[in-house]
Design a protein around this ligand. Sequence first.
Ligand SMILES: [Zn+2]
Length: 86
Amino acid sequence: MDRQIVRETAGRVLRSDEMAASERENAAEFLRQNPALGNPHMVRCGWCHVMTMLFRDEDTGLFTRTLHGWRCTACNEHAASQVVRF
Ligand SMILES: [Zn+2]
């Protein structure tokens, strides 16, 4: 179990994909064991509609962290983010 698997599981939760209960539980357990990580967020720019799943301490080329969320790098606009819980 690692961040990438948690990100993928979170994406499936948001899309309401079918999955085994154990997959969800494994992701939840990983987060309980790594409380500093927090929950993953689906981050989406309302202007260009790019989206990605990020933990709170992560930046990508697409989004830059701010004090209260992320900013879309291309549009320089605050991005919407939705926390994913398992
Ligand atoms: Zn954008």
